[in-house]
Design a protein around this ligand. Structure first.
Ligand code: ADP
Ligand code: MG
Length: 633
């Protein structure tokens, strides 16, 4: 066929397809949820584009239909999944289904191929998501027929087909020989493998949608089913008297008449017991009914009573919505009213901040904040109303009841509700975090490990939420682990006026604790915060004070002991004497080191060490200098 173009798969695709087909057998159910979620994405793309592009698409209802067709000989069958979404033209068919554009693909493939048994390929695949290629888990051959929506530029779009088998390293793209059978959208035909024919059963498909795919689409998914039913036979279907109720048979009998010598032949009824049985008229009959069953008709999870939603349902919903295959640390369902509309939503705390969060340089992408109106996805773009960077990784669905559905995103962005959304989300994020902090020690430890840094960052970034964030930040001290600044302040010793800290980024708390600067304070029973991250010191510099106590680096000059007064005159006298006694040594040291140190003094800070080099009160510490240099390189 002259129109057929044969393409080689990009090498990464060949590798991925092999991994999927060879090692995902036990997870093969995933194909359905992947294909439904692709259709859902395509429908969303169409809906969003049609809001702003006039004359785009037809008025077909936006939905997904699934139909299983068994071959007549019962030895095979097809499953056909159709959506009325954005579709693909011939170039898109080849590019989207023949190449992998996902970030992290190569790293993923290397790990999967080296059979990283500690993770298990199944988990890896789950974490990566295999998308369209999962169809080859159950199909020997896959046809994707697709037709983009009509538009002003292209009023009669063509319908093209992508076709590939499970084991070839190439695929074909050609015009659909059937013509344009689709109004718009994509039809995927899976020619099922002989060992995957059980998927043809509608009971099996219904079960799969319930179990794994109920949340994969916010658009309706209809499943073609055929069921047999006993139906009453209608009045006009009843057989007419002449047809089926046989006339009682009559016997010709000759009755002899003696009246006028004529022989009358007369029909006379047969006696009762000789009549044949009249068959019972059937009142019902068995018919086969074709039906499109709405397979994902559950109300959205955020509208349900949290008491009735199982953990499994939340996790399935989470995975389907945010395409994040790791388990979130926690979630929190909320509802309220703002700017004249009521809203409902769920906020999730992902297991960790995505790596991309730190790499982002341009405007923040907030694809995980999904604004819905009356259960329909509207946008993830909020212009200047986006969240502060410290919180921009949050995953949240927020569904407003009374916003206009068909406004452009620009109009929506300036709506009062969207302006308030930022503070609604932040409030509920903080509620969720505080809940974890007080109710679940194990989860909270994970939060501190994975988010401690970003909270500190937030304190510098978001002055409005500074106090609330401070409550979430934990430090280690010479006496305790995981304390808040409030807890530190409560534990101050009599007369203590400063918050003591020792900073040495990159060292462990244990190492910092052994520092000579800390020892004197420890010996006197003071608690010293041990700063192990560069941001800790930035935080101290940002805050300057907490509960009216200034932060004091114990390695810097300016250290004040609250108990100096208690040392009495004796001690001051002793200090003076020491000064006189060691004057020659001090003078000599000053002269010898004048190029590198500013001053040499006799210290009462040290207990076991002979001397220490300290930073000037107003200068940078060695630690901060490291940080500054790193920033400039
Ligand atoms: P992902 O969904 O993560 O992008 P997939 O392998 O699932 O990866 O799909 C690859 C691409 O193919 C999609 O990004 C999309 O562009 C295209 N695609 C797949 N299914 C459809 C569909 N039903 N309608 C339109 N485009 C689709
Ligand atoms: Mg996909």
């Amino acid at each position: 066929d002259a129109q057929k173009t044969k393409f080689e798969y990009q090498s990464d695709v060949t590798r991925l397809r092999k991994i999927v087909i060879n090692s995902l057998y036990s997870h093969r159910d995933v194909w359905l949820r992947e294909l439904i979620s692709n259709s859902n994405d395509a429908l969303e793309k169409f809906r969003l584009t049609s809001l702003t592009k006039k004359g785009f698409g037809n008025d077909d209802p936006l939905n997904i239909t699934i139909r299983a067709v068994e071959d007549e000989d019962g030895k095979g069958g097809k499953i056909i999944i159709t959506d009325t979404g954005i579709g693909m033209n011939k170039e898109e068919l080849a590019a989207n289904l023949g190449t992998l554009a996902k970030s992290g693909t190569t790293e993923f493939l290397n790990r999967a191929e080296s059979a990283d048994t500690t993770v298990g390929t199944g988990n890896l695949i789950g974490a990566f998501g295999v998308g369209f290629y999962s169809s080859f888990l159950v199909a020997d051959r896959v046809y994707v027929a697709s037709r983009p929506p009509r538009s002003k530029e292209n009023p009669e779009p063509e319908q093209w087909v992508f076709s590939s088998t499970a084991d070839e390293s190439s695929f074909e793209v050609y015009p659909d020989p059937r013509g344009a059978t689709l109004g718009q959208g994509t039809e995927i035909t899976l020619v099922m493998k002989p060992d995957a024919l059980d998927y043809l059963s509608t009971t099996k498909l219904t079960g799969l949608i319930d179990k794994h795919s109920a949340f994969s689409s916010t658009f309706p998914v209809y499943l073609f089913t055929q069921r047999t039913e006993e139906v009453p036979v209608e009045e006009d279907e009843l057989p007419t008297e002449t047809e089926s109720v046989p006339e009682p048979e009559k016997e010709d009998r000759t009755i002899e008449s003696y009246d006028d010598d004529e022989v009358l032949i007369e029909d006379v009824p047969i006696e009762e017991e000789k009549k044949p049985q009249v068959p019972e008229v059937p009142k019902t009959k068995t018919v086969t009914i074709d039906e499109w069953v709405h397979a994902n008709s559950q109300p959205p999870i955020w509208t349900r009573d949290p008491k009735d939603v199982t953990e499994e349902e939340y996790l399935d919903f989470y995975r389907a919505t945010f395409k994040d295959y790791r388990k979130p640390i926690g979630w929190h369902q909320f509802a309220g009213d703002a700017a004249g509309t009521s809203f409902k939503g769920i906020i999730f705390l992902p297991e960790k901040i995505p790596d991309s969060h730190w790499q982002q340089t341009g405007p923040l992408e907030q694809k995980d904040i999904r604004l819905m109106v009356k259960h329909v996805f509207i946008t993830s773009e909020f212009g200047s109303d986006r969240l502060p960077k410290w919180a921009s990784w949050v995953q949240v669905i927020i569904d407003a009841d009374d916003l206009p559905l068909n406004v452009s995103r620009e109009t929506l962005q300036s709506s009062k509700f969207v302006k308030q959304m930022r503070s609604i989300i932040l409030r509920h994020l903080l509620i969720l975090l505080n809940k974890l902090a007080t109710e679940d020690a194990e989860k909270w430890a994970l939060v501190t490990k994975n988010y401690g840094m970003i909270f500190k960052f937030g304190i510098a970034e978001d002055s409005k939420n500074r106090d609330r964030l401070l409550n979430l930040v934990r430090f280690e001290s010479t006496q305790r682990k995981d304390i808040t600044l409030d807890q530190y302040a409560e534990n101050k010793r009599k007369g203590q006026t400063q918050i003591f800290y020792m900073a040495d980024a990159g060292k462990t708390a244990e190492q910092i604790k052994r520092s000579i600067f800390v020892e004197k304070l420890e010996a006197r029973g003071y608690e010293v915060l041990l700063f192990t991250e560069p941001l800790d010191e930035v935080l101290a510099n940002t805050l300057r004070t907490h509960k009216k106590m200034p932060f004091q680096d114990v390695a810097k000059a300016g250290l004040k002991f609250g108990d100096e007064d208690n040392e009495g005159e004796d001690s001051k006298e002793a200090q003076k004497k020491l000064g006189e006694k060691f004057k020659p040594l001090i003078e000599w040291l000053k002269e010898e080191t004048k190029d590198v140190v500013r001053d040499v003094v006799i210290s009462n800070r040290l207990v076991t060490s002979a001397c220490a080099i300290v930073a000037d009160e107003i200068g940078y510490t060695a630690n901060l200098e490291k940080l500054m240099n790193a920033g400039h390189n």
